[in-house]
Unconditional design. Structure first.
Length: 226
């Protein structure tokens, strides 16, 4: 049996990627996947846009795994290309109320809730392996329940791995991944948004933080909460 690292390569991912947010073992008793506990070691490997849960044995030997999509645009596109009706797989539109007031709003399917003891994630996903193509029937709704870690650093990294990134986080991601520089980001923001908007507050916060931070890694991220 191949290692889970080979499975990641099928999806053009690696734990060496700059977009990696988390690469931690989670005890089987600390995670529920659609109400079930996996037998064996469970590895959470999270990136900016998706995260993987890999069940493995000795020497990273892959047993089974799933990918969970975090980007709503990707989820919508995947559903459309696979010709899968979200309601048929019981994947709820989480912003249905907002959409009634604005028919131009795109549907959102990804849901993240921080409970006192657990993180609960609901989204679209499918099983993974060494195959490069998967049938549309493999797309299903997943509910992942993860017990919060007592380790503050691990807890913060896990949260970033399983949540969508806010505007502030995306600014940080773009620079961290080398997509854009601080100067380019500043020029782009100031050139595209009007003063007084909600986004302007985010820009101001970004610029203030940028000025006080000596490294990109020290920028305060909005979802680094409990």
């Amino acid at each position: 049996m191949a290692s889970y690292h080979r499975v990641l390569k099928v999806f053009d991912r690696s734990i060496q990627d700059k977009s990696l947010e988390c690469d931690y073992d989670i005890h089987p008793w600390e995670i529920l996947i659609n109400g079930e506990r996996w037998a064996g070691k469970v590895r959470l490997i999270g990136f900016v846009d998706v995260f993987f849960l890999m069940c493995y044995s000795a020497e990273a030997r892959f047993e089974k795994g799933i990918i969970i999509y975090k980007d709503d645009e990707v989820i919508q596109d995947t559903l459309e290309r696979a010709k899968v009706d979200a309601s048929k797989i019981k994947l709820d539109v989480v912003n249905s109320k907002e959409m009634k007031g604005d028919d131009k709003l795109p549907p959102k399917y990804f849901s993240f809730t921080s409970e006192p003891l657990d993180y609960i994630i609901t989204s679209l996903g499918h099983e993974v392996g060494l195959k490069t193509e998967y049938p549309s029937s493999s797309l299903i709704k997943y509910e992942i329940k993860i017990l919060k870690s007592r380790n503050k650093v691990m807890k913060k990294r896990i949260r970033r791995a399983v949540t969508q990134h806010s505007l502030m986080d995306l600014m940080h991601d773009a620079i961290r991944l080398g997509v854009i520089t601080h100067a380019e980001m500043t020029a782009q923001l100031l050139g595209n948004f009007y003063v007084g908007s909600a986004t302007d507050d985010a820009i101001s916060k970004y610029l203030e933080t940028l000025g006080s931070a000596s490294q990109a890694n020290s920028i305060a991220l909005s979802n680094e909460l409990s």
